[in-house]
Design a protein around this ligand. Sequence first.
Ligand code: C2O
Ligand code: CU
Length: 542
Amino acid sequence: AAVRRYRFELRNSTHSRLCTNKTMLTINGQFPGPTIYARRGDLVIVDVINRANHNITIHWHGVKMPRYPWSDGPEFVTQCPISPGTRFSQRIVLSDEEGTLWWHAHSEWSRNSVYGALVILPPRGESYPFPKPHQEVPILLGDWFNRDVQEIMEEFLASGGDPKVSDSFLINGQPGDVYPCSRQGVDTFRLKVETGKTYLLRIVNAVMNNIMFFKIANHNVTVVGTDAAYTKRLTSDYIAISPGQTIDLLLVANQPPSHYYMASRAYASGGDFDNTTTTAILEYAGNYTPPASPALPSFPPFDSTDASNNFTTQLRSLASRKYPVDVPKNVTDILFFTLSINLRPCTNDSCEESRTERLMASVNNVTLQLPRTDFLQAYYRRINGVYTTDFPDNPAFPFNYTQQNISIDLARPQNGTSVNILDFNATVELVFQGTNLVGGVDHPMHLHGYSFYVVGSGFGNFNRTRDLPNYNLVDPPLMETIAVPINGWTAIRFKANNPGVWFMHCHFERHVSWGMGMVFIVRDGPGRDEKMLPPPPDMPLC
Ligand code: C2O
Ligand code: CU
């Protein structure tokens, strides 16, 4: 295993999209940020240096950070922010992850411009469980706001309503040529391919608030991995990908040489969104006259829950001898978490004038309030009064979660700074239940510090007696972000073998801003190698 060192300088740099110049936070002046390359088992050290005017933290999304939450990154969960003029060296130990992950800012909404791909290759001398591709390309889906994202976030928080929709979606930082005002050739990402060759596309959804469809006109793609774990091959003419999620797919350039659109579009089960199709161009080598404008691929309807859900529920672990499945068969801890959007009375000036109630969100009726000192430090140094340990295993009282017109008074959420404590090596089953309290919506739930097996999902209310026999314990996909379907549920299982403090939250920025998150503390185990490691000396101070 090698040690790889990167220097990440946070700066304000100016970028132009949609005929708008904007100064925004970037790493090393790049947008999207630099790609980190490593091999399975390597140690990556990233020196983060803050030369901007905004606090920052960086998260290595999908890396388990074994016994070392200190470098995980979520602001006020595992660290205090890296303030302007200071630096923090983050140690990222790669263990069994192999494939594509990504890194992003985990401080307010700054991940909008502070993100990049993290490519983890097999160890030297080992190969992929699929034919070696001719070329590999990260494809990052993102979005662009013409205005400063910090202002957008502050207005959103002050309004009490939904946030402003971004001005465009992006593929590798480019909106594509279907947006008005985009400059031919400059504002479009192009992927050049040769007839007959196979390409590995490493798709990352870095969008703030939308699950995305992605599709290449006239071509099928074959999924081979998600969230840095290999899957059985799944061939499809489109994919659906949640914010936070990564999908590796093979593309064979097997169509007549021409230009084809590679495109992405939002799937919206609720909330405002931009329904423009963002485009990139797949450009075959050769002598031909390209079409003036290639045909756009046809997407599922923007609100097609079936299209999103059908794709996701077909994913399966590779489950080979080399990449075995290790799903807990018996569970020691059964958790049931309701995910709700809520309404809260506006107090004083906490909303825009026209509103009397503001939107909030909760997990098991608890709306997460981040403390001023991070959970991890408080846990490690036994600082009292930062958090409580009473995050509930179950909702306070059950009701029909998915019926229409539920009385929103049924579950007025409480603000809380509470954690749920798991014993070392507990085998956990966690069911996420979407609710319809203030309209249903999918929730892409992300767990730090772990990957989990997605053993089941369905629409309506979860019923363990009925649903348990249908769990897939043979080849469930191993993921760290999963979209809980609108008006439905998702069951995951994992073994709590990574001691530390780990954030779990919806990966829609608007929902986590409303409090849709919670924190697990996984206790140390008895063995020497089963305890959390001590913090580094340069941990940022609050
Ligand atoms: Cu990709 Cu807590 O985040
Ligand atoms: Cu959500």
